[in-house]
Design a protein around this ligand. Sequence first.
Ligand code: ADP
Ligand code: MG
Length: 701
Amino acid sequence: MTLDMRSSLLDPLFAPVAALPGVGPKTAKLFDRLLGQDGARTLDLLFHLPCGVVDNRLSPTIRDAPIESHVVIAARVAEHRVPKRQSNAPLSVLVEDEAGDDVLLVFFRNNFDWVLRALPIGEIRWFSGDLKLWNGHRQIVHPRIWDAGALKQLKEHEPVYGLTEGLHQRAVQKAVEGALERLPHLPEWNDSALLRRETWPTFAEALAKLHAPAGATDLSPDTVARKRLAYDELLSQQLALRLVRAKMRRVRGRPTRGDGRISTLIETALPYSLTNAQRAALADIRGDMADDRRMLRLLQGDVGSGKTIVALLAMASAVEAGRQAALMAPTEILARQHFERIESLARAAGMRVALLTGRDRATERRATLEGLASGAIDIVIGTHALVQESVAFRDLALAIVDEQHRFGVHQRLALGDKGEAADVLVMTATPIPRTLVLTYFGDMDVSNLTEKPAGRQTIDTRAVPLERIDDVIAGIRRAVGQGARAYWVCPLVAENEELEIAAAEERFADLQQHFGARVGLVHGQMKGRDKDAAMLAFQRGETQVLVATTVIEVGVDVPEATIIVIEHAERFGLAQLHQLRGRVGRGAQKSSCVLLYKGPLGETARARLSILRESDDGFRLAEEDLKLRGEGEILGTRQSGLPGFKLADLSAHGALLKLARDDAEAVLQTDEGLMSERGKALRLLLYIFGRDEAVRLLRAG
Ligand code: ADP
Ligand code: MG
């Protein structure tokens, strides 16, 4: 087996679904949609686990067959009821069993001739489908039909898969069967003692088992088959994290020690003094920077906890040492905002600052690039434009990545790679529960800003049903009359940005009737300049009501804003609501948050809104969110771009995560390059879960 190329053993798993029997080009497109991937691979299909199971065991009699469930019955065809030609009425066929109980089979717009031929009067046939009562009579719409011969092929239990429009159960079942048949025999990558202790099946057995559930319990995340695969996924993730980390560590860091001359100037210029939490975090960061190991640290701090100033002071340390620093933000708005807030402080303290985004004019851009390369610029703030190839630093010491949920692991590290063993600090405003820190960041060091700057107001949070929107508008009108500023956040429309924007535009038009020119609009698809203009107008108070989609979720800072209305609050996650709420309560004035919801509320949504009213501690809310929704949604995979797990579910498999961590550590301690027998098998595992990048690191190492 070659080490550095994906082993051909895995080829069947990576073959496109389109290559499976019975999958034509048209169906292949549907599979792509179902699996959320262009050119979906056999492996993706195999990881699409059943969401239900159908029991095909025969009901002894029609009378015993449970109403409102899937049944299989045997019955004799008694009567054809053929509708008049040209009528839209369905064809019905009456069938009855030995005891004389009957069921009406109903067919709409079918090929009636085919049905009648398949069901000759007087013959016994087998039928399956959902048994319903209609006008007091048992009926099945569009049953499946078997004769004695075909019946032998009916499996006792059939898996039920999540579908996409146009794709049928049968098509998915058949494709999965084909995929399982092609499953290669793979060497075992898990420790045999672990497998024995947990009684876990092999990878292939586990997949086969999960696609052949024999009852609801087989669908639970607690089965040995599911646990085995969840473990595989977690192990691959932990190995990958460690390999990335090891690569970072291989390059020795360069100690960066500032003398404090710039940071002292900045601190003295601040109108406030740092919180103890900010001081402690800075001490952590400066300690790491002065050390000859590379820093890889996560700075977690709730909205408004003051991360920006910590970042600025850390950058100052780098500049004091004669080196450079960069800060990367996920959006244009945020990069500009950071720049605006940092620029004057930094300049006053003698640092040369620049902004680099995708929207700079060519001449500006050239000047910035030259300044970074020559060292004429000390610190740069920007978007992911910073990691483009054309960007080079004279001597980058510190790379800071803000709100990093939005960046992938590679973007995060790419900025660090612009320097010689640059230290990396990632900052996040969505505190992540401890388990998730381990999961997504491995053994990254963590500093928490647990304490908020003094004088922060609690935000009066209220849940109001949508029917009372007029009262809310009246309230805003009063406040605006007294000079207040308000955000109006429009509903999140699942997976559909177009609709989301349409909703915002509609609300904007509606609020214009009430507030005229004092209302502004900002959304994700607006041109950069228009977006800036809208933000600026609101910042300056030229507009007092700002209708926005969730683009304002992260970081936007207008201290004068004291009201935020979140429309369809029931559609947002807890962490996200908390982020949004954090847009107000930033100044000295009393602030309020209106959670405008559409009832009736489900249990989870109700719990979410009430927790939010009770608490404004982001760390606590993050834990609660984890309990309510599981880890996938907490970070809001759509928003975050974080890789979600396909098979592992941390609310069920949390204990496995720790096992996987220890396992990964032990493996790499004795077999750093994954060269042993087990190591080679583990390389396959890494490929299976798409950790190709980690395998490449092994090669480069
Ligand atoms: P975060 O990025 O963590 O959400 P920011 O850095 O945007 O928080 O800080 C929020 C606001 O708090 C800013 O206006 C900032 O000037 C202010 N601030 C930061 N640290 C302190 C402090 N120690 N005392 C008072 N205000 C502070
Ligand atoms: Mg911030």
